[in-house]
Design a protein around this ligand. Structure first.
Ligand SMILES: [Zn+2]
Length: 347
């Protein structure tokens, strides 16, 4: 491994008093490179990253309604970033897909928020490539990134739930260090648990789903409903709503408070089922965490026994907008190190 450059030697932090000085063997982070792809309803991001999750290069691909045109452009971006890499060091491509997917082939069975049904995304992206492709659900990969690329020197979380808040609302559940996937990979779709029996209609076909009240899409819709939507005023996105709230805009503050209440109800449900040590939140809730955390905690405390909440932490994701992308890298690295060790953090 030293010859191949995968491992490098460095002087030990505890020098010997006599004899040959000891050396410490460390993995050379840049000797192993993985590519990651994140597909969203707004476009795709493609990166290459090293063993420590440092992003080495990246490209963006804008969204196209025609899925074939879009996916061929994503494939071109993957090739552009990886064509020059040494096959000995290039471990493969991890791809994050929203919705229900076939994990081994990358076929999207149903991604309601993209309007994709039964599309062979994996086949299109990997056509003509000799690289190994790995596929995962965005929320599951967010959880994997939190565990794999944890704070240096800190203990990786063992039992936690990662919550993705975008067009939809996804949850990745890590129990005793392992991702919970279920019989068909669809476990932990908390976004589609019912919050209100006669609530809003959800793209999944049900009504009153948590996703319809707490996702980024739901937050932005609520703001528009309360403000009205005159033609000469653009609809603000979640970042803009948070910015308005920071400036004291009462409408934005009210919308964030109402949405935080829905988030707290959902977190109480998650807490009751999994007894996690932490719920890690990404996306707009991570961006606006300082504004929303007290409202979320209030809703949670009003529904969960205090004894169950003593150890629970609510944490904004440490990876921000890169969380799922880093999860795709973690997916490739974990597969390389051991097919059964997806949940093992990097050394
Ligand atoms: Zn639903």
């Amino acid at each position: 491994m030293i010859k191949a450059g995968l491992v490098c030697e460095s002087p030990s932090e505890r020098p010997a008093r006599v004899g040959r000085q000891p050396l410490t063997l460390r993995l050379n982070p840049q000797a192993l490179i993985a590519a990651g792809v994140e597909i969203l309803g707004t476009g795709a991001r493609v990166i290459t990253a090293d063993l420590h999750g440092n992003i080495l290069a990246q490209r963006s691909v804008p969204w196209e309604l025609d899925h074939m045109i879009f996916l061929v452009r994503v494939r071109d971006a993957i090739r552009a970033l990886t064509a020059h890499l040494n096959p000995k060091n290039f471990l493969g491509v991890g791809v994050s897909l929203p919705g229900t997917i076939h994990r081994s082939t990358g076929r999207v069975i149903a991604a309601e928020n993209l309007g994709w049904f039964d599309i062979d995304v994996g086949g299109i992206l990997s056509e003509g490539s000799s690289a190994r492709f790995h596929f995962g659900n965005d929320a599951h990969l967010g959880a994997l990134a939190e565990r794999w690329f944890c704070e240096p020197g800190s203990r990786p979380l063992e039992n936690f739930v990662y919550v993705v808040l975008r067009q939809g609302l996804g949850t990745g559940v890590m129990l005793d260090g392992s991702l919970l996937r279920g019989a068909t990979g669809e476990a932990c779709e908390f976004g589609h648990t019912t919050l209100f029996a006669d609530g809003r209609r959800c793209p999944c076909g049900s009504v009153g789903c948590w996703e319809e009240y707490a996702s980024q899409r739901a937050l932005e819709r609520l703001y528009l409903e309360k403000r009205g939507a005159p033609r000469n005023r653009p609809a603000p996105d979640a970042d803009e709503i948070i910015r308005l709230a920071r400036n004291g805009d009462p409408l934005a503050l009210g919308v964030l408070e109402e949405t935080a209440g829905y988030l707290g109800i959902g977190f109480a449900n998650i807490n009751a089922v999994f007894n996690p040590e932490a719920i890690v939140v990404g996306d707009y809730l991570a961006s606006g965490w300082d504004l929303m955390k007290d409202w979320v905690w209030n809703a949670l405390r009003s529904r969960a026994p205090l004894r169950q909440l003593r150890l629970l932490r609510l944490l904004p994701s440490r990876h921000g907008a890169d969380s799922t992308l880093l999860g795709t890298v973690a997916l490739v690295l974990s597969s390389f190190f051991a097919s059964s060790a997806e949940s093992r953090p990097a050394a």
